[in-house]
Design a binder for this molecule. Structure first.
Ligand code: IDP
Ligand code: MG
Length: 150
């Protein structure tokens, strides 16, 4: 079972796409673990995007993610990392697969609506950065056995 941080970034929130993102992840069969609507601080933004520090788009990225509230969530499931990144689509919306969120709703890489963790290890790290342990809900659904093979 993998976990991923998912953010509906400020553009997604402003455009009323929180429900669309949640709906697509639910429909995929993923299980929600935690959710928090939050105005991102400069400090959290810099820690979250530390790997991109020094890149030409870094300052714009920090400005973007702190510009308005985001919907932060943790989702889990088998192959959650690959499944969620596929549902989001490639980083550049014009390279995102048809039917993915970034393909269907976005045009520019700097306004690409969502964040999803890129590995199981980073998923665990990012979920721990954005949520306290007591905010993570351990639960099961009756339908899990029809979605999760194991
Ligand atoms: P990801 O969100 O698909 O994992 P990353 O390469 O980790 O993509 O980049 C993080 C975020 O930084 C992207 O989602 C996008 O918002 C922004 N970004 C990445 N590359 C560029 C760029 O060339 N110009 C502007 N923003 C960028
Ligand atoms: Mg990334």
């Amino acid at each position: 079972m993998e976990r991923s941080l998912v953010l509906v970034k400020p553009d997604g929130v402003q455009r009323g796409l929180i429900g669309e993102v949640i709906s697509r992840l639910e429909r995929r069969g993923l299980r929600l673990v935690a959710a928090r609507f939050v105005q991102v601080s400069q400090e959290l933004a810099e820690t979250h995007y530390a790997i991109h520090k020094g890149k030409p788009f870094y300052d714009g990225l920090i400005k973007y993610i702190t510009s308005a509230p985001v919907m932060a969530m943790a989702w889990e499931g088998p192959n959650a990392i690959a499944a969620i990144r596929q549902t989001m689509g490639a980083t550049r919306p014009t390279e995102a697969a048809p039917g993915s969120i970034r393909h269907d709703y976005a045009l520019e890489v700097g306004r690409n609506l969502t964040h999803a963790s890129d590995s199981g290890e980073n998923g665990a790290k990012e979920v721990a950065l954005w949520f306290k342990a007591e905010e993570l809900v351990n639960w099961g659904r009756d339908v899990d056995r029809w979605i999760f093979e194991g």
